[in-house]
Design a protein around this ligand. Structure first.
Ligand code: ATP
Ligand code: MG
Length: 311
């Protein structure tokens, strides 16, 4: 059964230059205990999709559609109600720990704050739990480290602290936004291992543009392009039988596959291409792709692609 069910979700930002169409009619289900990877190039809308789930977007944002969590539409909850979900039921490990951690608060106190808010523990108990969480994410000397400030942490340790904060209230679901970005290979491996361990009993939406990391962690993968889902399948199928030309191009751009970049650039989300959003960069595009918009269809059992080749 789905823990989270997104239907016809649109997220648009009105700006001075026009409407930024960051998420365009997305349907997505995440089953209980599933680890779903959300991948795509920079600026395609991954973070916006993640943030819309826990409603961390500016008030001026236009959001349409439904995001049902355990059956309740999160988009219909009041601010007070969503605050009870945020962190406690669904936690987001935000992209970029350097800006997400408060530089003037000790790391342990920041984690304790989240615990106090949701679990009703007093200050001392919350701090003790925060130290426990830092131990759980394998930060050595956790008691001492809890009393340090973020700038005293290395990149990998900051990421661990972010994960600890996300896990602090034992949420059922985690949205992890690029937890391995900017880390060197060895530290990245450690974080991947940790993410796998800490999410064995959890549901996770794992946002990344690192396909290698997604392959290691995720059961299923969905590929996003210009605010839309282009492909969805289990992880093995995405790698062995990528169907969408964008997914194929994305795989070919991996270092292990020869670093062949996709031609052209991602489109502006203010002025989206007609027809298939990928057609200006696609080697297979024909007249139909330029004018008609393809639907996401089930090409093989549980393998979906948005491409006229398979229609
Ligand atoms: N508050 C906002 N107002 C206007 N535009 C926004 C706002 N937030 C995000 N955007 C735009 O929405 C688009 C999608 O951004 P998003 O951060 O979701 O991309 P992303 O896929 O997470 O990229 P990256 O891989 O670099 O993290 C971008 O064009 C971004 O500039
Ligand atoms: Mg992002």
């Amino acid at each position: 059964m789905s823990l989270l069910s997104i239907t016809q979700l649109k997220v648009h930002f009105p700006t001075q230059d026009g409407i930024v169409k960051a998420v365009n009619t997305i349907d997505l289900e995440i089953a209980n205990n599933e680890r779903l990877g959300l991948i795509g190039e920079t600026g395609c809308g991954k973070t916006v999709l993640g943030m819309s789930i826990i409603r961390l977007l500016p008030p001026s944002t236009t959001i349409e559609g439904e995001i049902r969590y355990k059956g309740n539409d999160l988009l219909k909850l009041t601010e007070k109600e969503i605050r009870k979900i945020r962190g406690k039921e669904i936690a987001m490990i935000l992209q970029n720990p350097t800006t997400s951690l408060n530089p003037v608060l000790k790391v342990g106190d920041q984690i304790a704050e989240a615990i106090k808010l949701h679990q009703g523990l007093d200050r001392r108990a919350a701090k003790a739990k925060a130290v426990e969480m830092l131990e759980a994410v394998k930060i050595p000397d956790a008691t001492k480290r809890a009393n340090e400030y973020p700038h005293q942490f290395s990149g990998g340790m900051k990421e661990r602290a972010m994960i600890a904060m996300g896990l602090a209230c034992d949420p059922a679901m985690i949205i992890a936004d690029e937890p391995t970005k900017g880390l060197d290979v060895t530290v990245k491996k450690q974080i991947v291992k940790l993410m796998k361990e800490v999410t064995t009993q959890k549901t996770m939406l794992f946002i990344t543009h690192d396909l290698g990391v997604a392959a290691e962690i995720c059961d299923n993968i969905t590929v996003m392009y210009a605010g839309e889902l282009m492909e969805y399948a289990n992880t093995e199928a995405i790698f062995k039988n990528p169907m969408h030309p964008y997914t194929q191009g994305f795989l070919n751009s991996l270092p292990s596959m020869g670093l062949k970049a996709i031609k052209g650039m991602s489109p502006s989300l203010i002025d989206l291409p007609s027809g298939c959003r990928f057609h200006p960069r696609c080697d297979f595009a024909d007249a139909k792709c330029r004018t008609e918009h393809p639907e996401l269809i089930e090409v093989e059992k549980s393998h979906y692609a948005r491409c006229f080749q398979y229609a």
